[in-house]
Design a protein around this ligand. Structure first.
Ligand code: AMP
Ligand code: MN
Ligand code: MN
Length: 312
């Protein structure tokens, strides 16, 4: 299958992505939706959760929570390693599923898989895929550019490859405005976000080489609050090489975010606890008392380090 054949075969498309949609998930959904409409197709974006922050991207008002049709459509699942991560049952209703993702833990579900763990972002994959055979409009370029910017942490993370920069450059050629994207990416925090950040930094504990912290339930944290900014600011402290944020989203239930400098495979650790992600950024959900949950995870990381699983 290729993109041309797919859009010749289907007239209606639904696009979806993971719960707690991040910049890559949103930029990818909005850019693809825009492009499909430009091809004269019927398209809709279905997300089970709305973005929490304001993302000043074109087409945000096109995000729906329920599908406008129940059969005879092809479904794009973007930036999601498993169909379960999209939080809806669209996969069961669709005639054809296209799985476009860059998570190495992708379960290769769907009828057509475009999974590239070497890509910085799903938006980069879409940019390369579409630009091979079609032109990319200005507003579509703005969305994809935003996706790449978000998943590379503003072109700072290890996934800022030549390919990622080439895709970004192509998007700027198509009319994307880097300044506008950067402004909306870097200045979106609310005063509540800053309180959470302060709370997380106050509670942090460092035991070489791991730093961890907790946002307890009483802090007001919930599953839908995006805490990527906390990880990004915390990581500016250069001493630890593993950072763990435990978010108590319900009493005794922890959503865990892990980041590393890439010297240990965090996706393998997260998978031991039913989660997944990338080598340098992974996550999982854990249940139990705070002490228990923390020591289970920290012990697993220490074991991985001792077993020589440290990559460098
Ligand atoms: P987060 O810290 O929530 O931003 O997650 C970091 C990375 O791990 C992201 O790429 C997620 O896709 C992935 N991830 C987080 N939680 C899970 C989970 N429960 N299952 C699979 N992957 C996850
Ligand atoms: Mn994502
Ligand atoms: Mn992504």
């Amino acid at each position: 299958m290729n993109l041309k054949e797919l859009i010749e075969r289907y007239q209606r498309f639904l696009i979806t992505s993971h719960t707690s949609p991040d910049g890559d998930a949103l930029g990818s959904c909005l850019g693809l939706d825009q492009w499909l409409q430009e091809q004269g197709k019927q398209s809709a974006i279905i997300l089970s959760e709305l973005p929490q922050r304001e993302f000043p991207l074109p087409g945000l008002d096109r995000i729906l929570s329920l599908p406008p049709w129940r059969n005879n459509f092809a479904l794009f699942v973007l930036d999601s390693s498993e169909p379960e991560r999209i939080g809806n049952d669209l996969a069961g209703m669709s005639s054809y599923i296209v799985n476009i993702d860059h998570h190495p833990t992708n379960s290769l579900f769907g009828d057509w898989q475009v999974v590239d763990a070497g890509a910085s972002s799903t938006a980069e994959i879409l940019t390369t895929m579409i630009s091979r055979e079609f032109t990319i409009s200005r507003s579509c370029a703005q969305c994809f550019y935003y996706g790449i910017l978000a998943d590379t942490g503003g072109f700072r993370f290890g996934n800022t490859s030549a390919r990622a920069l080439k895709a970004a450059s192509l998007l700027v050629d198509c009319g994307a405005q880097p300044e506008m994207a950067a402004k909306s990416f870097f200045s979106t925090l609310s005063s509540f976000d800053l309180k959470l950040l302060g709370q997380a930094l106050l509670q942090q504990v460092y035991e070489e080489p791991i730093a961890w912290t907790i946002l307890p339930f009483w802090s007001g944290i919930s599953a839908s609050i995006d805490t990527d900014f906390i990880m990004n600011i915390w990581r500016q402290w250069s001493v630890p090489y593993i950072y763990i944020l435990f978010k108590e989203i319900e009493p005794g239930l922890y959503k865990v975010s892990m980041r590393s400098d890439g010297s240990i495979d965090l996706s393998a650790i997260a998978q031991q606890f039913g989660g997944g992600g990338h080598k340098a950024a992974s996550g999982c959900t854990m249940q139990g008392s705070w002490i228990e949950v923390r020591s289970r995870l920290v012990d697993a990381i220490r074991r991985a380090i001792q077993d020589g699983k440290r990559i460098s």
